[in-house]
Write a protein of this length. Structure first.
Ligand code: NDP
Length: 454
C-alpha cells in the first residue's frame, strides 16, 4: 500500500461519524493516520485552519487535499471518486477494492454477486435481522447505508435497552451487534442502496457506486435521517456552528451559548449533554408541551434549576446568521404564546427577536430513507414510511411486494425505540426465512410465491 495517497483523519472522542470514516478506510484496506483533537487546543486549531474554518469532526484529508467530514467522504464514496483519489479504481474508473468480486457472463456481467438475502441498513433493526438471518443460514449481505450504525451511534447513553442495568453507549451497542452478526455469517459492506428493481426475480439491487447485486429477498432497514429546517443560513453554516449531532460537535463550542431546536427525547438528551461544554444551553421548542418522555424532561428541569439550561417554549428559529469564517453569530427567533409561531407570523402578538448564540443544534426528528424503493410497488405513506402487513400472525414485516420486508424506523414512526427496532429486525429475518423456504419449495415445484394474505 506504500504507493497509496496519505490519508489523515482528525477525530475526537464520542464521535460516531469519525468511527464511520475510519471503518470506511478500514473496509478498503487503506491505512490512515488519526489525530485526536479532544482536549488538544493546538491540534484543534490546526484542524480548523486546514479545514477552512470548519469546526466539525471528522475532517478527512487525502494527500493534503481536504475531503471534508463524513457526509463529504461518503458522498465521494458513493460517486466512486474516493476510490479514484485513493488509487483504487481501475482504468474504467471501477473499484477494484475488496468488493470487486464480479461474476461473469450473460445478463449477470455487471452483477457483483448473487445473495440469498440483502439487508439495507446497519442500525439496530438491520443488525438484528442480520443476526437472525445469519443463524438461519441465509448468509445476509448487509449494506451499511450513509449512516453506518444508524441513529443509535449518535446517542451517548442508552439507558433503556434491556440487559444493560448501567446503560451502554450507542456506538458500543452497535459494534457489539455488528460483531455478533459477523459471527453468524453476515457480511457487512460499506455502500448505499440506490434502487431495487422488483420487476425481475431475483431482485436487482443497485448501489450508488454502481455495484449491482441480485437477491432472492430484501429487508429494508435503512432507518431515518436527521431532519433540517430549511431556514436561511442553514446550508452555509452546516458544519460551521450548525450541527445535527451534539455528541460529535458540542465540544468544539466550549463556553459558547448554544441553542437546541426541538422538544423530543433527542433535544432533551442533546441539551443535557451540551451542558458539559456550553455557557448556557437554550432549548427552543415550537409549542407549550414537550414531546419527550418524563425521564428526559425531568433531567432537563434539573439542569434548569442549576442554571445550565433555559427553555424557550412556543418559539421557532427562522434564520441563522454568521459566516464560515466566524461561525454562528446570532439567530432570529419568533415567539407566540399560542404555539407554532411560524404559522402566525402575521399575528401582532408574534414577537420576532435576535438572539446571540455560538452554536445551533437541530434535534427535530427524522425522515425515513425509503427513496430507493420507489417504483417497486412497496406501499408507503405520505411521509415515505413503509406500510407493512402488521397484525398478530406471521408475515408482519411483509410489504406489498413478496420478498421485500420492512423493519425499524423505515416503518415505525411511532415507537422508534432501539428495542422495538430490534424486535422488528428479528421478525423481518424470520419472515424472510419463511419466504425463502417457500421460494425454494416453489422453485422446485415450478410455481410462484405470493404474499401471505392474513
Ligand atoms: P421526535 O419526533 O420525537 O421529536 C422531534 C421534535 O422536534 C418534536 O418536539 C417536534 O415538535 C420538533 N419538530 C419537528 N419538526 C419541527 C420543525 N419543523 N420546527 C420546529 N420543531 C420541530 O424526534 P426525536 O429525534 O427526538 O426522537 C425520535 C425517537 O427516538 C423517539 O421515539 C424518541 O423516544 C427516541 N429517542 C430516545 C432517546 C433516549 O431515550 N435516549 C434519545 C433520542 C431519541 P412537536 O413536538 O411539536 O411535534
Amino acid at each position: 500500500m506504500s504507493d497509496l495517497p496519505r490519508v489523515e483523519i482528525y477525530t475526537k472522542e464520542d464521535c460516531p461519524y469519525c468511527e464511520n470514516a475510519k471503518d470506511l478506510f478500514d473496509s478498503k484496506g487503506v491505512e490512515y493516520e488519526t489525530y485526536n483533537v479532544t482536549g488538544d487546543d493546538e491540534l484543534f486549531e490546526e484542524m480548523v485552519e486546514r479545514a477552512g474554518g470548519r469546526k466539525t469532526a471528522p475532517e478527512v484529508f487525502v494527500d493534503d487535499e481536504l475531503i471534508g467530514g463524513w457526509d463529504d467522504t461518503s458522498a465521494l464514496e458513493e460517486s466512486g471518486e474516493l476510490d479514484e483519489k485513493l488509487g483504487l479504481a481501475d482504468e474504467d474508473g471501477e473499484s477494484d477494492g475488496p468488493q470487486g468480486n464480479r461474476t461473469e457472463g450473460g445478463d449477470a456481467a455487471d452483477v457483483v454477486e448473487h445473495r440469498t438475502l440483502i439487508i439495507a441498513g446497519t442500525g439496530i433493526a438491520g443488525l438484528t435481522a442480520a443476526i437472525y438471518a445469519g443463524r438461519a443460514n441465509n448468509e445476509p449481505l448487509v449494506i451499511e447505508g450513509d449512516e453506518p450504525g444508524g441513529q443509535l451511534t449518535l446517542t451517548t447513553d442508552v439507558a433503556n435497552y434491556p440487559g444493560f442495568p448501567e446503560g451502554i453507549s450507542g456506538p458500543e451497542l452497535v459494534n457489539n451487534m455488528k460483531e455478533q452478526a459477523r459471527r453468524f455469517g453476515a457480511d457487512l459492506k460499506n455502500g448505499i442502496v440506490d434502487s431495487v428493481d422488483a420487476d425481475q426475480r431475483p431482485f436487482r439491487v443497485e448501489l450508488t457506486n454502481g455495484d449491482v447485486y441480485t437477491a432472492d429477498a430484501v429487508i429494508a432497514a435503512s432507518g431515518a435521517s436527521a431532519r433540517t429546517l430549511g431556514v436561511p443560513g442553514e446550508d452555509e453554516l452546516m458544519g460551521y456552528g450548525l450541527s445535527t449531532c451534539a455528541t460529535c460537535d458540542g465540544a468544539f463550542f466550549r463556553d459558547e451559548d448554544m441553542l437546541v431546536v426541538g422538544g423530543g427525547d433527542a433535544a432533551m438528551e442533546e441539551a443535557t449533554f451540551l451542558t458539559k461544554f456550553a455557557d448556557t444551553v437554550y432549548i427552543a421548542h415550537r409549542r407549550e408541551e414537550f414531546r419527550a418522555e418524563d425521564y428526559w424532561v425531568d433531567r432537563v428541569h434539573e439542569k434548569v434549576e442549576e442554571g445550565d439550561i433555559e427553555i424557550m417554549k412556543n418559539t421557532e428559529l427562522i434564520e441563522i446568521h454568521g459566516s464560515q469564517a466566524e461561525g454562528v453569530d446570532y439567530v432570529t427567533l419568533v415567539e407566540n404564546d399560542k404555539g407554532h409561531p411560524t404559522d402566525r407570523l402575521d399575528d401582532p402578538e408574534t414577537d420576532e427577536f435576535e438572539f446571540d448564540v455560538g452554536a445551533v443544534f437541530f434535534a427535530i426528528g427524522h425522515t425515513p430513507n425509503t427513496d430507493y424503493l420507489e417504483g417497486t410497488g412497496v406501499e408507503m405513506d405520505d411521509e415515505g414510511y413503509l406500510r407493512t402487513q402488521g397484525g398478530d400472525g406471521g408475515g408482519q414485516t411483509e410489504t406489498d411486494v413478496p420478498g421485500i420486508f420492512g423493519a425499524g424506523d423505515v416503518v415505525d414512526y411511532h415507537y422508534q425505540q432501539a428495542v422495538t427496532a430490534a424486535g422488528m429486525g428479528s421478525k423481518a429475518a424470520l419472515d424472510a426465512d419463511e419466504y425463502l423456504e417457500d421460494l425454494e419449495r416453489a422453485e422446485s415445484a415450478g410455481t410462484e410465491v405470493a404474499a401471505a394474505d392474513d
